[in-house]
Design a protein. Sequence first.
Length: 400
Amino acid sequence: MSDDQTVIEARGLYKIFGSRVAEAREMVDAGHSRAEILKKTGATTAVVNSSFRIAKRETFVIMGLSGSGKSTLLRLLNRLIEPTYGEILIDGEDISQLGPSALREIRRRKYSMVFQNFGLLPHRDVTENVGFGLEIHNVDESTRRKKSLEAIQVVGLEGYENSPVQSLSGGMQQRVGLARALATDPEILLMDEAFSALDPLIRTQMQDELIELQSRLHKTVVFITHDLDEALKLGDRIVIMKDGIIDQIDTPEGILTNPATEYVATFVENVDRSKVLTAGSVMHRTPALATHKDGPHQAVRTMQHEDLSSLFVVNQNREYVGLVRIDDAIAESKKGGRSLDPILQRDVPTVALSTSLRDMIPLAGSTALPIPVLKEDGVLAGIVTRAALLSALSKESGET
């Protein structure tokens, strides 16, 4: 989760379609299946007792198979579908109690939606489609065009401002839909299977572009998908639903390494974990470090005490600066050297906390040294040894 501030909170949400909703709720709370409830009451339990919080700037992915309730849950969050029971809080305000006028205002200020089928107007060009949301909010034409052109630039459609939308490829049309959502500068983006209709290559490109956009725009994104690989790639946290019930909410890594139910375990059993598990998940703290104030004699002493052949060096802010080997430190000490600078190796490859295990394989193959793992500010977070990497990869492939 990228921010501690809760933007969206769901408390005990239910959506039951049918006339005998009270009876259906009693049955579902008693543990009866969706099929049993439908047979006895004629009611469909689309969302059952769902509670969660979504943080500011988080990409929160809701996934499940067709009929799992994921799209219904998304539409409950802005009351496009009315909840049967429960509360929906946006920035602490319970919108389930708002009247039509106040609800429209919340939607206008807070939300934008991106749909699977793009929802574009075929008789309008790109700029007119992007500005449509602003138009229905009665934004004047000059401001509308300015904001539309800014959004078009954000999604990389410069040069297509006056193009008919029907002349664009599927991926470009989806960019138009995304630009239209961004033009109103919403706090929350609701994306309902936004990339599902695209060809695989274009879909991958749109996923990459969404990640890049999110790194710049920092929206709160609720993304619906039935594709686990897409969920793992995009989500800060993932919800997995079955028959209207949330089976698990966790980080991608948590979903993979600690599935909460047999259903979730079945979902993830064929996932290539090396693409998802990261340096941060397998690293450990280095047993010893040299600091900016240490000389070669102290470095040798530390390595001998810890039975090490090399030592990572950090500055006064714990930022990684390089590595020294024991042979070099001994030689420098014998020469009377007092600084590690002459023997400091600065070209040792490093990785970020988010680097996937798959991307680390070539590095592990090119060096026998542990791989330093750095935080965004350059601080040394830990190291990944070859043994730790191989152990994680062997677990991924099912070896023991």
